[in-house]
Design a protein around this ligand. Structure first.
Ligand code: ARG
Ligand code: ZN
Length: 493
């Protein structure tokens, strides 16, 4: 990712002449000082920022696939949590042409993905303020040797935003950490004939001068990394089921390489690699099961936490993962080349709507709370589909995983192992072991209570283990210590 050098804009701020300083002190907030450049995540010290809470992002953008340029304004409504002389937004690349705070020009500097804003007057603690950033540029795509492209991906016919943890700041100025969730409206103007998809509900699509503006509104607060954008030629279907409004967007050019059956004669030369084939029918079939899957998950975890849903599948063959974008997950085409994976990846991303999106992480080290639960949801689904029991999944990994697998301390894996397969599988095994130890009645009470009592909140591993102990009515230290914090294979109880 390219980082821009600091650019100091030449505007003089006469802070000394502004009476707000005295007001801030009188109100007991202390003298104004700069907000911290990070929200306090030990893994990602510069992610998020201190001193304010965002309530709402309004992104009014235009994307031109001909030039790859994204341009427009981000309006950020926030509240100061301290008296602020300056504050940061996370924002990488892209040129800022104008920046105001409460309608007045503000000065700003940029360095290391941090946009530091100095308002004309300091902001009092609890002051609700509005930042408007006008910007444009070609968003940089994140490249990872293991997972390929992520973040803002420029596709054959448009763009696709998918990734975690650091994605939002590559295309809009944000308090880019799940601790600060906010409601989001995205209006995306694209050349007439293309679709622009984002989270939540489609409120409007209007064409003027050859550009169609698609206006999306997400009414439930979300972490910035969960905001998505897909621009291109999509088949968009809108429907309603069980009181939830769905929007699915499928690129009809979506192809994937079919999975080969194992060879009958292992000594024979390997067959030629199969050509990619259209998987559009498989995508339609898997997404058609979303209402049924949400029904199944609601039975286990409690009511679906949002008012809208749906999925996005774009023809990006090099994409190798899926993401739980709030109300509208994005899936790599490759999942749909296999009938079992096609359904289970949808189960996984929809389970994240409860665990990851609604109940979100207070710090990235707790990511097993997202991935372990979403993976366990897959196991529960496969059990009721008659494919394999949760116990069989557990046993296969317990006996089959290589030694390195057991070295990952999933309760604190470090940023390099945040999405290690152990965080997923050992996480699900920890959940399964909890079920074995406390029994089904207490277990299903714990998972539902976790989703419903902490809906919309940021959580930690300690809070989960405390809730489990409370509802099970017993000490579970040994279990969690062995499964979450010990770099070896736990003994079976
Ligand atoms: N949370 C996503 C999922 O499990 C996976 C994201 C993978 N990201 C990565 N950097 N490896 O559905
Ligand atoms: Zn996941």
């Amino acid at each position: 990712m390219t980082r821009r050098p600091a650019v100091l804009m030449a505007t003089t701020v006469l802070v000394g002449l502004v009476p707000a300083t005295a007001n801030a002190e009188e109100e007991g907030g202390g003298p104004p000082s700069p907000g911290a450049p990070g929200i306090g995540d030990p893994y990602y010290p510069l992610d998020g920022n201190g001193g304010y809470d965002v309530e709402h992002y309004d992104l009014d953008l235009r994307y031109d696939p001909g030039t790859d340029v994204l341009s427009g304004t981000a309006t950020i409504e926030a509240e100061a949590t301290q008296a602020l002389s300056a504050f940061n937004l996370d924002f990488v690349g892209l040129d800022v042409s104008e920046l105001t705070v409460d309608g007045r020009p503000a000065t700003y500097t940029r360095a290391e993905g941090e946009l530091t804003v100095t308002p004309e007057r300091p902001l009092r603690e609890e002051h609700a303020f509005e930042v408007v950033v006008t910007y444009s540029g070609v968003p940089a795509t994140i490249q990872d040797p293991l997972i390929g492209p992520s973040g803002f991906i420029h596709t054959d016919d448009g763009a696709l935003v998918i990734g975690e943890p650091d994605v939002a700041a590559t295309w809009f100025p944000a308090n880019d950490h799940p601790l600060d969730a906010a409601t989001v409206d995205v209006a995306i103007a694209v050349p007439e004939g293309l679709e622009g998809i984002s989270n939540g509900a489609l409120e409007d699509a209007a064409t003027e001068d050859g550009w169609t503006t698609w206006a999306w509104e997400a009414e439930e607060p979300m972490a910035p990394y969960l905001v998505t954008l897909a621009v291109g030629e999509f088949e968009v279907s809108e429907y309603e089921a069980d009181g939830i409004r769905f929007w699915d967007a499928i690129d009809l050019d979506t192809t994937a390489v079919p999975f080969l059956p194992p060879p009958e004669d292992p000594a024979a030369p390997p067959p030629p690699a199969p050509e990619p084939v259209s998987v559009v029918d498989q995508v339609r079939a898997a997404l058609a099961r979303q209402p049924e899957i949400i029904g199944f998950l609601s039975g286990v975890f409690g009511p679906y936490p949002f008012s809208t849903s749906g999925g996005i599948v774009d023809a990006v063959p090099e994409l190798r993962f899926a993401l739980e974008n709030q109300t509208r997950p994005v899936y790599a085409p490759g999942f749909f080349a296999d009938p079992v994976l096609a359904d289970t990846v949808v189960v996984h991303e929809l389970a994240h709507q409860w665990y990851g999106d609604s109940v979100r992480l207070a710090a990235w080290q707790h990511t097993w709370l997202n991935e372990g639960f979403a993976t366990y949801a897959e196991w529960l689904w496969l059990e009721q589909e008659g494919v394999a029991t949760a116990q069989e999944q557990f046993d296969a990994i317990y006996t089959g995983a290589p030694p390195e697998f057991w070295q990952v301390v999933i309760g604190d894996p470090g940023p390099g192992a945040l999405f290690d397969i152990a965080v997923y599988f050992r996480g699900a095994m920890a959940v399964h072991t909890l079920r074995q130890v406390v029994g089904d009645t207490a277990f299903f009470q714990i998972v539902e209570e976790w989703a419903t009592s902490r809906a919309g909140e940021a959580v930690t591993t300690d809070e989960f283990t405390a809730l489990a102990e409370e509802l099970a009515g017993r000490d579970l230290d040994d279990l969690f210590q062995a499964w979450l914090f010990t770099p070896e294979r736990p003994a079976l109880g």
